[in-house]
Design a protein around this ligand. Sequence first.
Ligand SMILES: Nc1ncnc2c1ncn2[C@@H]1O[C@H](COP(=O)(O)OP(=O)(O)OP(=O)(O)O)[C@@H](O)[C@H]1O
Length: 141
Amino acid sequence: MSEPRPQRPSPERPPERPAGGSALSGRRFVRSAGYAWAGVRHAYRHQANFRIECWAAVLALGLGLALRVPLAPVALACGLVLGLELLNTALEALVDLASPEVHPLARIAKDTAAAAVLLASLSALVVGAVTFGPPLLRLLP
Ligand SMILES: Nc1ncnc2c1ncn2[C@@H]1O[C@H](COP(=O)(O)OP(=O)(O)OP(=O)(O)O)[C@@H](O)[C@H]1O
């Protein structure tokens, strides 16, 4: 006899809460943050682009502080690029797992994810030019 299938959550039947405290439990949050930090460390170790983007973000935020420009758009642009680079890394790993051999769909997945990072990086350059351009020009003699 086959095992009973686990029932999908629905609006009438919310998902069962896993054992180990409420969704807002501090220990749970710390554990999740630990997994996320492991992901960041992995990307930093293995992805040269992520390392460059991390240091570019540090530089941009430092320059923003020094020039006293609004930091919110700079931080948002940096977060977008870094977040999409992490998603790109995750997707590359998934594609390599699902399709180690060359496949047109694998190429589309990887190329499209890379395009998302490129688009965000170009937007970040525009944000940087608009934010840092005027104060830097004022510094010129
Ligand atoms: N399994 C595959 N099938 C088809 N094309 C692939 C496959 N794997 C990679 N490619 C092609 O090669 C390109 C580079 O893939 P790769 O996995 O080396 O990514 P990358 O951008 O070089 O990653 P990294 O950031 O690790 O350097 C992809 O964008 C895609 O066009």
